[in-house]
Design a protein. Structure first.
Length: 492
C-alpha cells in the first residue's frame, strides 16, 4: 500500500502543542483531571478507551501523551489516522500500514507507511514498526521507552518542548502556568492569574484568562478562539481559528496534508496512488523526478524535508530545521538538550546551555542581570523587544500567527503577501489562493505570476494529465472505453 508522507508533521508534533496544553493547567495531574472541560483532558487522566479524538498509542502502559482535539473525528497528532475508533500512526503501525486495515505479513515490518522486509537504513525495528528512536515519543532512545506525559523526544532524549521548563514531573510554561508562575513551584494565590510570569489579579494586554493561565486566543493551539478549543491534526491557530498552514490542504479526519506529495492524498484528498506508484507534484507516477527520494509513496527532498531529513522517516524535532540532510537549529538559536533556544534571553540557558538565572534575575544579551535595558521588556524572565519579537508582539505573550511578522509592535504579513483564511499567502505563487483569495488552481495547474497556468498537456483548450485522464489517455482524444481507467497513459 502507499506510504505516508506530506502530512503536516510539525516537527515538534507533541513537544510544543501537547506539552503546552498540559503546562498551562498546572503541574499536578490530579488537579488537571478536575479542570473543565474534562473531555479535552481525558488523555492525561488514565486509560481513556482510545476514542477517535484521543491518542491511543500509549493506553496499555503510560497514559496518552496527546491532548484531545476539539474537532470531532480529528486525531490530535499530525499524521495519525482514526482507525476503528483508535488513532494510529500509519507510518509505522504494522496492522494499519499506510492506511487503515492494511496489515503487513508476519515476516514484514511497516516502514514509512509501506510493508517491507526490513526497515529503512536510519530507522529501528520496534516490534514490526520502523521508528526513528531519536524523535519518536513512544520509543525514545530505544524501543518501548515512552516519554512522560507532555514530553517530546529529541536526539533520543525525552525533553520539554520549546518555551517550557521541566518542573518536577511536568513541563511548565513559566509565563502562564499558575502552578509554576515565573519559577517552578511558584503557585499563584486563589483568584490570581499567571501573566508573563507574574501572579496578578488580571491578565496583560491582549491575553485572556483560561483556568488562571493568561493566553493569546488568537494564536494559542490549545485555546484557539476560546478556552479549551484544541487544534489537532497539524492545524495551527490563526486569528482565533484552527486552520491548515500555507501549502497544506484540510483532508478532514486526516488533518492537514501536502497533497503535492502524499501517496494517499495525491493532488486532492482521498486520491490514492497505486502500489507501484509514488506521488510527485500532485500526480501519481512510476518514480520520483531528479533530486527526489521515494519515502513510501511520496517523493521528498531528504536534504531539506524536516520529516525525512537525511533519510526516510528521520524527523527533526526540538524546533530544528533540515539543512543539507542534517537537523540543525536556525540562525540565532542554539541546541540545548535537543531543543533550539535563544541563549541571548533564555533564563534557563542564558549565554550558554544550562546557565540558569536567579529567581529575581532576567536574561539580557546572554547575561543574567537585575533588569532589562530601557528598549526591552521582561517577559517571564526574558528580555525582549516587543516592537519586533513575534512571540511577544506589542506586549508579552502576544504571538504572531499565520505566517505574520512583528513590525512596530504589530503582527502583519510580509511584503507582497495577503491574509487568506487567517494565514499569510503569496497570491503570485499560492495554488490555493492564486491572484486572489480562494481562487484554487487545478491539480494540473500551477500558480505562476498570480495566474493558474497549465503544467501538463493542453488538449484543445483543456489542460489534462495524459497519464490519468480517461478522455485523453496517453494522447489527446484517446478516450478509454466503458469501465476502463487510465493508468500511466494506458487504458486498463
Amino acid at each position: 500500500m502507499p506510504g505516508i508522507a506530506g502530512i503536516r508533521g510539525a516537527s515538534d508534533r507533541l513537544g510544543d502543542v501537547i506539552s503546552r496544553f498540559l503546562a498551562i493547567r498546572g503541574a499536578a495531574l490530579a488537579v488537571l483531571c478536575v479542570l473543565p472541560p474534562l473531555a479535552l483532558l481525558a488523555a492525561g487522566c488514565g486509560d481513556d478507551g482510545a476514542t477517535v479524538t484521543d491518542s491511543g498509542r500509549l493506553d496499555s502502559g503510560v497514559p496518552d501523551s496527546a491532548a484531545d482535539s476539539s474537532i470531532p473525528g480529528l486525531c490530535p497528532t499530525a499524521g495519525d489516522l482514526p482507525c476503528a475508533d483508535t488513532c494510529i500512526d500509519p507510518a509505522s503501525d504494522p496492522a494499519n500500514c499506510g492506511t487503515c486495515a492494511n496489515a503487513c505479513a508476519s515476516a514484514e515490518v511497516c516502514s514509512v507507511g509501506t510493508c517491507a522486509s526490513g526497515c529503512d537504513p536510519r530507522l529501528t525495528d520496534c516490534g514490526d514498526a520502523c521508528v526513528d528512536i531519536n524523535s519518536n515519543e513512544d520509543h525514545c532512545g530505544s524501543c518501548r521507552a515512552p516519554c512522560r506525559l507532555g514530553q517530546a523526544c529529541s536526539d533520543g532524549m525525552c525533553v520539554c518542548g520549546r518555551g517550557l521548563v521541566e518542573c518536577g514531573v511536568t513541563c511548565a510554561d513559566l509565563a502562564s502556568d499558575p502552578a509554576n508562575c515565573g519559577a517552578c513551584g511558584a503557585a499563584c494565590a486563589m483568584g490570581d492569574v499567571c501573566t508573563s510570569g507574574e501572579c496578578l489579579s488580571t491578565c496583560g494586554v491582549g491575553l485572556t484568562d483560561c483556568a488562571a493561565s493568561c493566553v493569546d486566543l488568537r494564536s494559542d493551539l490549545v485555546n484557539c478562539g476560546a478556552c479549551g478549543n484544541v487544534c489537532g491534526g497539524g492545524l495551527e491557530c490563526a486569528d482565533g481559528a484552527c486552520r491548515c498552514p500555507a501549502g497544506y490542504t484540510d483532508c478532514g479526519a486526516i488533518g492537514c496534508v501536502d497533497v503535492t506529495r502524499n501517496g494517499t492524498n495525491c493532488g486532492a484528498c482521498g486520491v490514492v496512488c497505486a502500489v507501484d506508484e509514488v506521488c510527485a507534484s500532485g500526480s501519481c507516477g512510476a518514480g520520483c523526478p531528479s533530486g527526489g527520494t521515494a519515502c513510501g509513496a511520496s517523493c521528498v527532498d531528504t536534504a531539506t524535508d524536516p520529516l525525512h531529513c537525511g533519510g526516510c522517516g528521520v524527523e527533526c524535532t526540538g524546533g530544528r530545521i533540515c539543512d543539507a540532510g542534517a537537523c540543525v537549529c536556525g540562525a540565532g538559536a542554539t541546541a540545548c538538550r535537543g531543543v533550539c533556544v535563544d541563549t541571548t534571553n533564555n533564563v534557563n540557558n542564558c549565554g550558554a546551555c544550562r546557565v540558569t538565572c536567579g529567581a529575581v534575575e532576567v536574561c539580557s544579551a546572554g547575561v543574567c542581570t537585575a533588569g532589562c535595558i530601557p528598549t526591552e521588556e521582561a517577559c517571564a524572565g526574558a528580555c525582549v523587544d516587543t516592537t519586533s519579537d513575534p512571540d511577544h508582539c506589542g506586549a508579552c505573550g502576544v504571538v504572531c500567527s499565520g505566517g505574520r511578522e512583528c513590525a512596530a509592535g504589530v503582527c502583519d504579513c510580509p511584503a507582497g503577501e495577503v491574509v487568506c483564511d487567517g494565514t499569510c499567502r503569496d497570491p503570485e505563487t499560492d495554488r490555493d489562493h492564486c491572484g486572489v483569495c480562494d481562487n484554487a488552481c487545478r491539480v494540473v495547474e500551477a500558480c505562476i505570476a498570480a495566474a493558474c497556468e497549465c503544467v501538463e498537456t493542453m488538449c484543445g483548450s483543456d489542460c489534462v494529465d495524459l497519464d490519468t485522464d480517461e478522455a485523453h489517455c496517453g494522447a489527446c482524444d484517446a478516450a478509454c472505453g466503458m469501465g476502463l481507467t487510465c493508468h500511466r497513459g494506458r487504458c486498463r
